[in-house]
Design a protein around this ligand. Structure first.
Ligand code: GDP
Ligand code: MG
Length: 293
């Protein structure tokens, strides 16, 4: 029996549904999803294993013009995804103008590997508009296979999956067949907490926040953990904590529920807030938080 395996990299602009799509493919909530852009900061692998294949998906932050050092690193995660793919999933949606980010699209067009162009969110379109959009994309990017999709409603996602399996090169598996991701348990705890912060706070707060899980102890019954919420300024610390600690309590409660679901186990979590001045622009802090490349 021949075995197939390869890297399928999911790229595109922010907020088009890349993380939603990857989670559909792996059947787990590996990547956090919110309606805010720049939700995904790292490159996250999601691995799908079959008897005679292994697909290594890679979800990326999305392409943005860097305004600070953290975003430079995020952009590099996205660019690196172009260079080591066997198949590219270029995700766009029915709202995105074709000339948004032309430079990046130009690089994608030069790729030597197959490109599936995922035209997402068609649950919010109609046949007529969709036909027009497909024509426009086809003219602009003739080499790509265009697949109208709704990641949210899982429309056409099975077809994308089947097409990927067809296109996979013959190869041995790259990871042991029981591997689901390249990230640690701590990483997913951090991401769950960050998702709550994206959800419950406005404006700059979520972007000025980075979570560190400092303590992670598991016994038969319960996992105990301590997490630090790093912010850039004293005023942000006050906002995170909220009046009489109500705001941070909500983050703790909602995070714990999701972390318990993720590990299928009882969880105890303590949250602390620390000011780490201007961390988004400091090489040392960024390296400590895992943004080196
Ligand atoms: P990413 O930044 O490309 O990773 O995008 P996300 O996966 O985080 O999704 C961004 C937003 O688009 C979220 O609010 C999703 O719920 C929403 N979304 C994703 N896929 C679909 C879809 O097929 N249809 C609709 N209507 N919304 C979607
Ligand atoms: Mg994302």
């Amino acid at each position: 029996m021949t075995h197939k395996a390869g890297f399928v990299n999911i790229i595109g602009n922010p907020n088009v549904g890349k993380s939603t799509l990857m989670n559909v493919f792996v059947g787990e909530k590996l990547s956090i999803i919110t309606s805010k852009s720049q939700t995904t900061r790292h490159r996250i692998l999601g691995i799908v294993n079959g008897e005679d294949f292994q697909i290594v998906y890679s979800d990326t932050p999305g392409v943005i013009k860097p305004a600070y050092k953290l975003q430079e690193s995020m952009l590099n995660f996205s660019k690196s995804a172009l260079s080591d793919a066997d198949i590219l999933l270029y995700v766009t949606d029915i709202y995105e103008k074709i000339d948004k980010n032309e430079e990046f699209l130009k690089i994608v067009k030069e790729a030597e590997v197959p490109v599936l162009l995922i035209l997402n969110k068609i649950d919010q379109s109609n046949d007529e508009d969709l036909d027009k959009l497909v024509d426009i994309w086809h003219e602009n990017f003739p080499k790509a296979e265009i697949i109208p999709t709704s990641a949210l409603k899982q429309f056409n996602t099975q077809n994308i999956f089947n097409r990927i399996v067809e296109l996979l090169p013959e190869s041995e598996a790259f990871y042991p067949k029981d591997t689901l991701t390249d990230k640690t348990e701590r990483f997913f705890v951090q991401e769950i907490i960050r998702e709550k912060i994206l959800k419950f706070y406005n404006k700059e707060i979520p972007y000025a926040t980075e979570i560190e899980v400092e303590d992670f102890k598991e016994d038969d019954k319960i996992i105990r953990m301590r997490a630090v919420i790093n912010v850039e300024r004293e005023t942000q610390k006050g906002i995170i904590i909220g009046h009489k600690g109500v705001a941070i309590k909500k983050v703790g409660v909602e995070s714990r529920k999701d972390i318990e679901k993720f590990f299928d186990k009882q969880v105890h979590i303590e949250l602390f807030v620390k000011v780490r001045k201007d961390w988004r622009n400091k090489e040392d802090d960024l390296r400590k938080f895992g943004y080196h490349n």
